[in-house]
Design a protein. Structure first.
Length: 391
């Protein structure tokens, strides 16, 4: 008997005889141990026979034909192994495990061996049959490289004061190559620059002129001016509320020069309840109450998918309508309780955000603009910087 096999089986000498007979009896009728030599080999492994007879049993098994790895083909760069001849561990029965006692190496797991080191480092090895996923057909699947209708990336999610390590409001929407940034509060530009030297976006759309929703437009101007000395810098559209262009010009007079924003962005003003289009995304602004400031919620649509974004809002029928039947409702929840707000109202508590969500008939709620000092929502998702969702 080969010494390696003797060493591997010697540890089973003390197994209880009745347990051995039970195991062998269960296996005797199994399809994968249908021939006597393999059943006898099982008894060798379990030490249920005199050791003197081991050599005859092993020789009988080894006399059966085996695949000779010397006749296997080679895998060259860019080629896949033959999926029909690969034996997967999950499918290995007791028969395979017994053969593994007398077959050394790993080539029984693959139909080919590499001709040179690294030649088999390629893409897919086994083609998975589509039927394998039928039991889980109700689960959402996003394939690598596949475009979904709308994708949300949370760039910043803080309230009016920053949560530790978090940027202020900034929500990137992507749809078939189009990129629109909803709000651009302090810290958003820096977050975007973590992924690329300078952000490439088609448009920035501002809900209102509280600093935590637009403040990084100013460093966007200065950075664009500086980088322009080395070549062209992307000039995105900038959509603001009615009267917003004049407001930006007045800010420019205080911060640098009147046309600083106009030189950096293609400026436009949206109109209430009037859709405008940026690439594959259609945006509809709806005015919502936010203290005494002109403020808008956005409804964004693409390929039948709908995202609603509250901006900052008090409880209102207008907010509910903006989120009507949306696939995803991104809603602020700044307050601990509604009665702690000022008059007129300007923000939502978590309970009020949930009430607006339920009244709108939206399918999914993402709570945002939530101070870290307050409890997280129970049963609902909480936005955080870097979160990515398919709408």
């Amino acid at each position: 008997m080969p010494e390696p096999l003797r060493r591997r089986t010697s540890g089973n000498r003390d197994r209880a005889p009745q347990e051995v007979h039970d195991l062998a009896g269960r296996c005797a009728g199994a399809e994968h141990l249908g021939d006597p030599p393999r059943l006898q080999l099982l008894r060798v492994v379990l030490r249920d026979r005199p050791a003197d007879d081991d050599e005859d049993v092993v020789r009988a098994v080894l006399a059966q034909p085996l695949d000779d790895p010397r006749h296997e083909g080679h895998v060259r760069p860019g080629e896949n192994r033959d999926p029909h001849r690969i034996r997967v561990f999950l499918d290995r029965g007791l028969d395979d495990l017994l053969w593994g006692l007398v077959e050394a190496g790993v080539d029984d797991l693959h139909s080919c061996v590499p001709e040179r080191p690294g030649d088999d480092l390629g893409a897919a090895v086994v083609t998975v049959q589509s039927g394998l996923g039928d039991h889980y057909s109700d689960l959402p699947v996003r394939h690598v490289g596949q475009n979904t209708a709308v994708r949300l990336i949370v760039i910043g999610s803080s309230p009016a004061w920053p949560n530790p390590g978090s940027a202020h409001s900034g929500y990137m929407l992507e749809a078939d190559g189009s990129r629109v940034l909803l709000d651009c509060g302090p810290g958003v530009l820096g977050r975007l620059r973590e992924a690329e030297t300078w952000p490439h976006v088609d448009a920035i759309v501002i809900t209102h002129f509280h600093l935590d929703h637009w403040g990084d437009l100013v460093p966007w101007v200065w950075g664009s001016f500086y980088l322009a000395t080395d070549g062209p810098v992307p000039k995105p559209e900038l959509w603001v509320q009615p009267g917003g262009m004049a407001y930006l010009a007045s800010l420019g007079e205080r911060l640098g020069f009147p046309d600083m924003f106009e030189r950096t962005f293609h400026l436009s003003e949206y109109a209430p309840d009037t859709p405008f289009r940026v690439g594959e995304l259609e945006v509809t602004p709806t005015r919502v109450p936010h203290y005494m400031l002109q403020t808008y919620a956005f409804r964004v649509e693409s390929e039948g998918r709908v995202l609603a974004y509250s901006g900052d809002s008090a409880p209102s029928a207008e907010l509910v309508q903006a989120a009507r039947d949306a696939d995803l409702f991104v809603c602020e929840a700044t307050l601990l309780r509604g009665e702690l707000d000022g008059e007129p109202r300007g923000h939502l508590s978590l309970e009020e955000a949930i009430e607006a969500f339920e009244a709108s008939g939206a399918r999914r709620l993402l709570v945002t603009h939530r101070p870290c000092e307050l409890p997280a929502p129970d049963g609902y998702e909480l936005a955080y910087d870097g979160l990515e969702l398919d709408v």
